[in-house]
Design a protein around this ligand. Structure first.
Ligand SMILES: *[C@@H]1O[C@H](CO)[C@@H](O)[C@H](O)[C@H]1NC(C)=O
Ligand SMILES: *[C@@H]1O[C@H](CO)[C@@H](O)[C@H](O)[C@H]1NC(C)=O
Length: 351
């Protein structure tokens, strides 16, 4: 069956891309994940748009150019991690594999008389844990839902939905022992060794630390509600701990406390915010406390400046304004007296 051969070629391509001699490496200090995401948009039976990327931890390391199908390598050290000297060969096999994969998908769609547009997705990767265990996965999806997932222990493509397409893909793949062996080889050998190589060469970027900056401000949410907002941004890596202190004690989780998901910034740092609902002028002091790897054992403490300072500010401003008015008045008086004669001259000439 032609689709089987085509998928085999696709997998072979991944094998070639990631194959590299296994070098002994120490276990990572934290879990490391390398994953490949590829999307094939099939608007009609004879057109296809392709997008693809590979991600190490949260760093984009390879991006597929949609027009040329060339792989863009996002960090210089990725070149060192790749198998040496055969980049051109890898790229040429990659394009052949892509063409075959696209033909395969169209043939699958045709066989089940699926309606266009269709969107196929491939998600595969491997993960290394500090305790030495490894986790690998390969999933194929369509339209945002998994079609099949490879279960390594059972050596079986498990169908993830009861549609004719999922059944056909699962059935086709399960009939091919060579493909299973290839997938296992790709995941357990090629992917894991490439992950180790990427971690070795990309250590400086993986271990990059950017300290967070935090600001606290208040928003009125009604006559009896004040929202204290703590906005933390510019930090890397992603894990962070945010808490509110009331009179120096941590506010426990509850309906008054709401912390957002950690969101990426454009510069590969992260941001998060936390909102605490309080009653205005409740007599307590509040502070936002941030803990992050970049801060070591210290924590960042940002107190909320209570608006009771406002009257002081107003008094200072009034005093300043008065002083300025007096100074202007004195200067005017001095000039008036000094210029009295010349002003009389001006008045005469105007008449
Ligand atoms: C190893 O670590 C991973 C991730 O922390 C965990 O999910 C897994 O259960 C651990 N395995 C063993 C055998 O301790
Ligand atoms: C937290 O904020 C989110 C988004 O604004 C909101 O949907 C959710 O209901 C809030 N949760 C609580 C406990 O206030």
């Amino acid at each position: 069956m032609r689709p089987r051969r085509l998928l085999f070629l696709l997998l072979l391509l991944y094998h070639r891309t990631w194959a590299e001699p296994v070098a002994p490496s120490p276990l990572p200090a934290e879990s490391q994940l390398f994953q490949v995401l590829q999307t094939f948009v099939l608007p009609s039976a004879n057109s296809t748009e392709v997008a693809g990327e590979a991600v190490l931890a949260d760093m984009l390391v390879y991006v597929l150019d949609q027009d040329t199908w060339n792989l863009r390598i996002c960090y210089p050290w990725v070149h060192q991690a790749m198998a040496e000297g055969d980049i051109e060969k890898i790229l040429s096999s990659f394009k052949t594999g892509m063409r075959n994969a696209i033909r395969f998908m169209h043939e699958m769609a045709k066989e089940v008389r699926a309606e266009y547009p269709m969107v196929f997705q491939l998600h595969a990767g491997c993960e290394l844990h500090p305790n030495g265990t490894r986790h690998v996965f390969t999933k194929i999806g369509e339209g945002g839902r998994d079609l099949v997932e490879y279960e390594v222990e059972r050596r079986y493509w498990a169908v993830q939905q009861s549609t004719p397409l999922a059944k056909l893909v699962g059935q086709s793949l399960n009939g091919m022992l060579a493909v299973k062996e290839m997938v296992e080889h790709l995941l357990y050998k090629s992917c894991l060794s490439h992950l180790r190589a990427l971690c070795r060469h990309g250590r400086a970027d993986l271990e990059r630390q950017e300290p967070p900056t935090a600001t606290v401000f208040a928003r009125t949410a009604g006559p009896a509600q004040l929202l204290l907002v703590c906005r933390i941004t510019g930090f890397y890596p992603r894990p962070i701990s945010v808490a509110w202190l009331r009179d120096g004690h941590e506010v426990p989780p509850g309906p008054a406390l709401n912390t957002s998901a950690v969101l990426p910034n454009a510069d590969l740092t992260y941001q998060v915010y936390s909102v605490l609902t309080v009653a205005p002028r409740d007599g307590h002091s509040y502070a936002c406390r941030v803990r992050h790897r970049s801060l070591g054992t210290r924590s960042l403490l940002v107190p909320w400046e209570n608006p009771t300072v406002t009257p002081t500010v107003v008094v200072v401003l009034v005093v300043l304004l008065l002083a300025v008015a007096i100074a202007i008045g004195a200067a005017w008086w001095w000039r008036y007296r000094r210029g009295a004669v010349s002003r009389r001259d001006v008045q005469e000439s105007l008449v």
